[in-house]
Design a protein around this ligand. Structure first.
Ligand SMILES: Nc1ncnc2c1ncn2[C@@H]1O[C@H](COP(=O)(O)OP(=O)(O)OP(=O)(O)O)[C@@H](O)[C@H]1O
Ligand SMILES: [Mg+2]
Length: 460
């Protein structure tokens, strides 16, 4: 399926707020001035007097941009030391943009530093606003470059321009290259599957296997043989050795879907594998070390999952180094239209139809609906509409939401209707008896206490 990441202003604005900038200059006044200037603009400002510490700082911190002074010994102002360190930075972190700082507005130095890989050049003393603009422009370019890399490499991003989804994309971009265990939370149909895949594709393990297991659907016996594998003869049907899914995912990523639905017994087995990072095939005594990145997903909210009678807390901690919560489609604003058009395009192609538009009434209907089944529900509704539509314009009548998704909703409506009926009846009867609670309770077939309880429940 074709996916794309859509870069918006919000993304790079968020990126700037999240950025970590390193400044190296032997003049403490400069360091203090820059730190004060940038403190409120970015997340972290690291200042360093001694350029010898650059390699160490680059290894320990995730630095988004560097401001590097050219001259360190005030007597020799050739800029050579600055060039040396610029090269060192480029060797170690070729993608981190470097802006050179110099007190000497020497155009030759400026040009040379750009040739050697610096992205820009500022001359001391600088105008604060101009410096901030330069920094912002550099960070924006960096984000755009990364997004281009993402799309060029076929990163299976997801569609979404809303701030909520951009936030998710940003998190993925940051987390994917780490080996952190990730728990993806979100209602049905919010795209947990796609996000898990995207994390793998954008991780350093993307050339290695990506193994998805729907653990929620495995029976007690299948759980072990599927995940851990077995030796020939381990049980009646074990006619030959079989590799478990954990071993298949070695050096890659394993995605355990519907993790919230596994039994306590299965949880214990899983926990032991995750703790020891080794698996033992059924019928074998030999434990094998496994190197996996773990991603789990569930549509059960975390608070509910934390009920210890159903889910072990220690396992939650183990699988949830970081969590990503996918917003419901209701929380994604105009993404609904973006997705609708995207699906209309896909299905028009699939069913060999001409390009299909959605008219204003259709959009209004899409915008007003609450999507209990989220993106999946929208996708099905658009598919149906594309199939049914006569002309090449989808209007409100062509969009039919599945009654299946609305079962819960109807029940909620029924419940509220019932409450409303009860409230109205109580009001009528109490009024009939001029507020005499004993008589009203008697007519309603309730005790006085029960009637009082209802009166307070309905704020009467
Ligand atoms: N942001 C998105 N852009 C494009 N397609 C999406 C997006 N989010 C979800 N989809 C599509 O919606 C459908 C449902 O997504 P997915 O199966 O990933 O949901 P899920 O969260 O895993 O749901 P469940 O909890 O029911 O398993 C898929 O066909 C997926 O391709
Ligand atoms: Mg899923």
């Amino acid at each position: 399926m074709l996916y794309c990441i859509i870069a918006t202003t919000e993304l790079w604005l968020m990126q700037i707020k999240d950025a970590c900038i390193l400044i190296i200059d032997d003049d403490t006044d400069v360091l203090t001035a820059v730190r004060l200037l940038l403190k409120t603009e970015v997340k972290e400002v690291i200042v360093e007097k001694n350029p010898e510490n650059i390699p160490g700082l680059l290894s320990r911190h995730s630095i988004d941009m560097i401001l590097l002074d050219m001259n360190y010994k005030s007597s020799i102002n050739t800029g050579n030391e600055g060039f040396y360190w610029l090269k060192e930075i480029k060797k170690k972190k070729p993608d981190v943009p470097v802006i050179m700082i110099t007190a000497y507005g020497d155009i030759d130095l400026a040009v040379r530093s750009l040739k050697e890989g610096a992205i820009d050049f500022v001359v001391k003393p600088w105008h604060n606003e101009r410096l901030i603009d330069t920094i912002k422009a550099t960070l924006k370019e960096k984000v755009n470059a990364e997004i281009n890399i993402i799309t060029e490499n076929g990163f299976e991003g997801m569609i979404g321009q809303s701030a909520a989804m951009q936030d998710v994309f940003l998190k993925i971009r940051k987390l994917a290259p780490t080996d952190a265990n990730i728990l993806i939370l979100g209602e049905n149909g919010t795209g947990k599957d796609g996000i898990a895949r995207a994390i793998h594709n954008f991780s350093l393990r993307n050339k290695k296997p990506y193994i998805k297991v729907d653990v929620g659907a495995l029976t007690e016996t299948l759980f072990e043989s599927e995940l851990f594998g077995y030796k020939k003869g381990a049980f009646t049907d074990a006619r030959e050795d079989r590799l478990g899914r954990f071993e298949s995912a070695h050096e890659g990523t394993i995605f355990l879907d519907e993790i919230g639905n596994i039994s306590l017994q299965q949880q214990a087995k899983l926990l032991s594998v995750l703790q020891n990072r080794q698996v033992t095939k059924l019928g074998s005594s030999e434990a094998k070390l496994i190197d996996i990145r773990l991603i789990c997903a569930t549509n059960i909210p975390l608070q509910q999952l934390a009920d210890e009678t159903k889910f072990r807390k220690d396992l939650i901690y183990r699988i949830n180094t970081v969590e990503i919560t996918l917003p419901s489609l209701r929380q994604r604003g105009d993404d609904v239209f973006l997705l609708a058009e995207y699906f209309a395009g896909i299905y028009a192609k699939k069913y060999s139809k001409a390009a299909i538009q959605i008219d204003d009434k259709g959009k209004q209907k899409l915008g007003n609906y609450h999507y209990p089944g989220n993106v999946r529900e929208l996708q099905y509704a658009i598919e149906r509409a594309v199939i049914m539509v006569e002309a090449d314009i989808i209007s409100a009548d062509d969009i039919i939401f599945s009654p299946l998704e609305n079962v819960k909703e109807n029940r909620v409506n029924a419940d509220t209707n019932l409450s409303l009926m009860e409230k109205n009846t109580i009001q009528r009867v109490v009024e009939k008896h001029n507020g005499n609670i004993t008589r009203a309770a008697k007519e309603l077939g309730l005790t006085r206490t029960a009637l009082y309880r209802r009166l307070s429940k309905y704020d009467m």
